[in-house]
Structures are given as structure tokens and as C-alpha cells.
Design a protein around this ligand. Structure first.
Ligand SMILES: CC(C)(COP(=O)(O)OP(=O)(O)OC[C@H]1O[C@@H](n2cnc3c(N)ncnc32)[C@H](O)[C@@H]1OP(=O)(O)O)[C@@H](O)C(=O)NCCC(=O)NCCS
Length: 214
């Protein structure tokens, strides 16, 4: 079903990188790894995965989100990452092929960007694994940078991103405009969230050093 512009591009990219532990370990180790997300795998959503996430979703709004993100992937605009614990979807995030924000694109070009990141259970390392997956996607296409917008009042998420090496891009706030939609895809409510914008240089250099060409 529905090939994408990215077909084959990420084959094997996640092998061994994001898989949970395959070796035997004690209950204590397992609990500790669980809290670090060690039993979580992250992969690019496939048609079979889409059926699973749609089946597991309990709300229409969640099902609409999955379909919308799948359509973006099929259209070549994004990569849709889903985090799994066994057969259970435990998180999701979209990696946009280019930033949503004009000011970012003007300064950095078409930066790959993490969007709509969510861990269905928080504080278990799922977000950290999704971010690692998004960075693997960006590296896989040769990008030197990746960005993310975070609400000005979302201190917990910002702390996580900074711990993972993201830093303020230096160009001021951005406004994340997004709409809630009804079952026909018609926007019902439009949100405009004031956000900080953070970027990471994936080559390990500081953001200011030679990373302005993605
Ligand atoms: C932000 C989010 C994706 C992080 O994923 P996560 O799986 O909870 O994060 P991890 O377990 O990998 O890392 C834990 C860190 O996440 C951050 N965090 C943010 N919100 C948190 C929450 N509600 N509970 C626990 N940790 C949270 C903290 O920095 C925490 O580190 P700390 O223990 O030093 O405080 C997740 O908390 C989430 O879905 N939040 C709601 C939606 C959201 O805000 N998305 C981000 C949009 S930019």
C-alpha cells in the first residue's frame, strides 16, 4: 500500500540502534531499563503499523492524527515515527522534512524538524527514544541539524531537549499554529502557541559553528 518518497531510505537505519535489550536480565534490571525506555523500540510507521495504531487508539482525535501523519509521510513531507513496547504503541512523533516556521527556514534553510512529539506514558524514556529516532532520520538524509519548537510554558519538555543537546537557535520565538479538525478534516479550533525554538547540531559541533547550512 501507498509507497512513499522515502521507501527503502530508512531500511535498517534503526537496526540495533533503538531496539530494546535482547539479553536476559534480572527483574531489577528490567524495571530500571523500562524506566529508561530500554524496552521501547522506535520505527518508521508502516501500513501494517498504521492498522495497529488505529486499532489501539481510543479517541477519534488520535485516529485522525495518525491518519494525517501517515498521509504526510505518504506525500513525502514527513517521517512518522511510532514508539512500541512489544505490540503496544506507546508514543509518536513526526519528523517534518522542512521547518514549519518561515523565520527558521530563512535563517537555516529547510531544517528537519521534530513535531507533535508525545509519550503516551510520560517519564519512562519514550520521548528520549523518539528523539533519538528523529535524529537518526535526519542523519540518514545527511542533515547536519534538527529543530524543535517547544511551548514557552512547557518547561519539562524544554529541560529534556536541552539535556539531549538542543539549544536556543538565537532567532527569537516562533508561533506554532495548528488546528483541531472534525471528522471531515475541517478545522474547528485554531491554536497559536508561542514557542521557543531549539536546534541541535548533529555533527557534535556547537550550533553556531558551521551548522547554518543544514
Ligand atoms: C515531552 C515528552 C514527549 C517527553 O517524553 P517522556 O517520555 O515523558 O520523556 P523521558 O521519559 O524520555 O524523559 C523525562 C524527561 O522528560 C521531561 N518531561 C516533560 N514532561 C514530563 C512529564 N509530564 N512527566 C515526566 N517527564 C516529563 C522532563 O525533562 C523529564 O526529565 P526530568 O526527569 O529530568 O524532569 C512527554 O512528556 C509528553 O508527551 N508530554 C506531553 C506532550 C508534550 O508536551 N510534547 C512536547 C511538545 S514540544
Amino acid at each position: 500500500m501507498g509507497g512513499t518518497l522515502f521507501d527503502g531510505l530508512f531500511d535498517g537505519l534503526f537496526d540495533g540502534l533503538l531496539d530494546g535489550p535482547a539479553t536476559k536480565c534480572s527483574t531489577d534490571q528490567r524495571q530500571s531499563e523500562r524506566s529508561m525506555g530500554g524496552d521501547v523500540t522506535v520505527r518508521v510507521c508502516t501500513a501494517a503499523d498504521l492498522d495497529l495504531v488505529l486499532g489501539a487508539a481510543t479517541k477519534d482525535v488520535t485516529r485522525r492524527h495518525h491518519r494525517e501523519r501517515w498521509d504526510m509521510q505518504t506525500a513525502g513531507q514527513a517521517i512518522y515515527l511510532v514508539a512500541w513496547r512489544g505490540d503496544e504503541p506507546v508514543g509518536r512523533g513526526t519528523v517534518l522534512r522542512t521547518s514549519k516556521y518561515d523565520s527558521v527556514v530563512e535563517a537555516f534553510g529547510p531544517v528537519w524538524e521534530i513535531n507533535a512529539l508525545e509519550a503516551f506514558n510520560q517519564g519512562q524514556g519514550i520521548g528520549t527514544r523518539l528523539i533519538a529516532g528523529a535524529e537518526a532520520v535526519a542523519r540518514g538524509v545527511g542533515s547536519k541539524t534538527i529543530g524543535i519548537a517547544v511551548g514557552v510554558d512547557n518547561d519539562g519538555a524544554r529541560r529534556l531537549y536541552e539535556r539531549l543537546g538542543y539549544e536556543d537557535w538565537g532567532g527569537g520565538h516562533v508561533v506554532d499554529e495548528w488546528s483541531e479538525r472534525d471528522e471531515h478534516g475541517t478545522p474547528t479550533t485554531t491554536h497559536r502557541d508561542l514557542c521557543r525554538y531549539l536546534m541541535k547540531n548533529l555533527t557534535g559541533r556547537p550550533l553556531t559553528s558551521g551548522s547554518r547550512v543544514p
